[in-house]
Write a protein that binds this ligand. Structure first.
Ligand code: CP
Length: 316
């Protein structure tokens, strides 16, 4: 059985290029399996997974649950709303109590950046919990590693290889965990990365991660093979970063007109949820150049690969 160099998936920053290759190759096998009439395998029959969602989700939550069920794991789901978190229970106490019910893996989405890394460190203090594997399903503005992996898998399926691929990430980079995980993943896999958006939504000194910044949308799209278009994360913005959504759409919205003005067709990705008519028009999102629903389909196979590989990786 293949193994990863890490017990947890806390972020793409913390894993090696070889881990990414192993995950993508394993996901290819699982993609074939989940396209068969019988989609289930017994690989995680002995494993119980708890999905802890302290923040809203549609795709990630259902995708992890399906991945776990396709692998024959036992699954329990936890939402912060309706739980004893409202009575003041800490994250560590909440997770220690869940693990005491003989849970083996934690998949966690949390609004606070660093929550998954914090939890992994905390659990080391508790011998009965230290065995648990943790998968970060998105921590605030920090990382969303399985999204970057499914994006990479989707691009690899289309182009065969990520090395030398030109990828532009368009939109609200400052508040996006998808952007940061994609930057780490794409750079580790040898792709070229540009970021495009208003100066207020691109962090200063981001070039130190080996990416370029281009504020002109048409120039950025002309350069790229793939545009990964991101949502404006109004829920994470406590001040105004641009005059209005209408003006943002006029300058940075990816629409048919700008795509038709390019010298070649480009491939469109979007992690969802989409704000149609803001960062992308419905026409582009639904076009033949869009991989948006392929990304969602691939997410199940990629998450199966992550869970399967982590379950088979011994404690450090
Ligand atoms: N892409 C993504 O993380 O979507 P959800 O917030 O719906 O999980």
């Amino acid at each position: 059985m293949s193994k990863l160099s890490t017990e947890h998936l806390l972020g793409i920053k913390y894993i090696q290029a070889e881990d990414i290759q192993t995950i993508l190759a394993t996901a290819q096998n699982f993609k074939e399996i989940i396209n068969r009439p019988i989609k289930k395998v017994p690989s995680l029959r002995e494993i119980t997974v708890a999905n802890l969602f302290f923040e809203n989700s549609t795709r990630t939550r259902l995708s992890f649950e399906l991945a776990e069920k396709r692998l024959s794991a036992d699954v329990v789901n936890f939402s912060a709303s309706g739980s004893s978190v409202s009575k003041g229970e800490t994250l560590t106490d909440t997770v220690n109590n869940i693990l005491a019910m003989k849970v083996d893996m934690i998949v966690m989405r949390h609004p606070n950046p660093g929550a998954a890394v914090f939890l992994a460190r905390e659990l080391q203090k508790y011998p009965k919990s230290a065995h648990a594997r943790i998968v970060n399903a998105g921590d605030g503005t920090h990382e969303h590693p399985t999204q970057a992996l499914l994006d990479a898998f989707s691009m690899q399926q289309k182009f065969g290889n990520l090395k030398g691929l030109n990828v532009v990430i368009v939109g609200d980079i400052t508040h996006s965990r998808v952007a940061l995980s994609n930057i780490f993943c794409l750079k580790k896999m040898g792709a070229n990365v540009k970021l495009c958006g208003p100066a207020t939504l691109i962090p200063k000194h981001i070039e130190s991660l080996g990416v370029q910044v281009e504020h002109d949308l048409k120039k950025a799209l002309e350069w790229c093979d793939v545009a990964n278009v991101l949502r404006i994360q109004l829920e994470r913005q406590d001040i105004k970063y641009f005059p209005s959504l209408r003006e943002y759409a006029l300058q940075y919205g990816v629409n048919r007109q700008v795509l038709d003005s390019l010298s070649k067709p480009i491939t469109i990705l979007h992690p969802g949820p989409i704000n149609r008519g803001v960062e992308i028009t419905g026409e582009v999102a639904d076009s033949e150049h869009s991989l948006i629903l392929d990304q969602v389909e691939n997410g199940v196979a990629v998450r199966m690969a992550v869970l399967y590989l982590l379950a088979g990786t011994p404690n450090a």
